[in-house]
Design a protein around this ligand. Sequence first.
Ligand code: ATP
Ligand code: MG
Length: 447
Amino acid sequence: MKTNLEQILIVDDNNDTLQMISRKLSSRGWRVFTAQDVSQALQILEGGGIELVLTDHKMPKITGLDLIRHLHSHYAHIPVIMITGYPSIEGAVEAVKVGAEEYLSKPFTDDELFSAVNKAISKLRQNKRSRQQIPANPYGLIGISQPMQELYTIIQKSTTTNATVLIQGESGTGKELVARAIHYHSRYSKAPFVPVNCGAIPESLLEAELFGYLKGSFTGASETRAGYFITADGGSIFLDEISETSLSMQVKLLRVLQDKQVYMIGSKTPRKVNVRIIAATNKNLPLLVKQGGFRDDLYFRLNVLPINIPPLREHCEDIPPLVGHFLEKYSRENSLAAPKLSDAAIQALQAYTWPGNVRELENLIYRLVILFEGQGIDSSDLPDYMKFTLIQDRNYNRTLKQMEEEYIKGVLASVNDNKSQAASILGIDRKTLYNKLSEWTSSEDGK
Ligand SMILES: Nc1ncnc2c1ncn2[C@@H]1O[C@H](COP(=O)(O)OP(=O)(O)OP(=O)(O)O)[C@@H](O)[C@H]1O
Ligand SMILES: [Mg+2]
């Protein structure tokens, strides 16, 4: 007799029915487990390996519907067949509503039983197959949506050329992750990947940091130092926040890009460098060019291979796998059990607008792993500003001022109250942010 690989759990408070179904399924080669109530069933489920559940509808204390709800939020991959005591449309509708794959009404024939089980099993196998077809985290990036697939294709293309890459995307979308992916999969991968945050280095130091200097070339140059371009020779330099460079620095960068050589400060002899250039920005560079804040010749030199990373709200179907990835990562790193998120919680996450993109989602999951005490996270356990997008956005009863305050507070919460990061997401300077915050505190004081 062939053995079916799937393990089936049957839950029914009536021992006779339990044994009867169990015998029938065992005779067809399935491994069968039985439970007379839901708490026994949960114990068996925790042991792992169960791939299909058949449950009675009416049971004392905890009903079959409750079990299905639990399965749906904790073991979403396990299909369920509901057995109803009498052919009631309501029972069936309810069963399907909470997530049962099939339902059987008692009394049922052997054919009906086997056909329901076979149907559920073949769906299960199909799901398994489609899960296997998805490439596992290409380039360490999570996401299988259409926009992410397009991103993988362009990353793949950029690893086979040495063209300059310009990565554009909102804050926290993964620009640095993509830059690293390109470097480590390209022919430059043996030499270093050198990230330079152009926005964080003061203008007066940036030239020395990038191009290096000879000993004595300026006060304080007590020794000769190679700059980032020379350090990255044979590898890639990642010019992050390129929009933050001054116009005079842009001229110098343009020269390096054209001539593939650098002049160390204090030296008249150029040094050849073979460096792959990857630049990134979260600003709208074409607009900046139009406004005169960025040189158009440098923009065209950089934008040979443009890569646009979509904001998270435009591929919210990737939120469940991202959540799974971060839950696993942070629970492993902190030796904590990963909390589970209910379907409603996932839906709330998918409805939220994510101004801080994947970084914001990552921070949230990190906090939930560390701080959440309990088993399952429901939508009510999520931060208030998330529920707010879900529930209140459809009520057009708030003033712009209220919206602004709530939104800004949401952004601040998403970046752990980091004012500079919040200001950058909001597209305002820190001073404006501080002014707004003090306005609210003073109006609260005055209440
Ligand atoms: N698709 C993804 N899969 C897994 N992790 C991701 C993904 N996208 C981003 N991340 C994670 O999100 C965080 C932010 O990514 P990263 O620093 O690359 O963003 P960024 O676009 O450079 O942000 P910023 O504009 O603020 O510099 C990182 O921890 C990164 O690992
Ligand atoms: Mg970055």
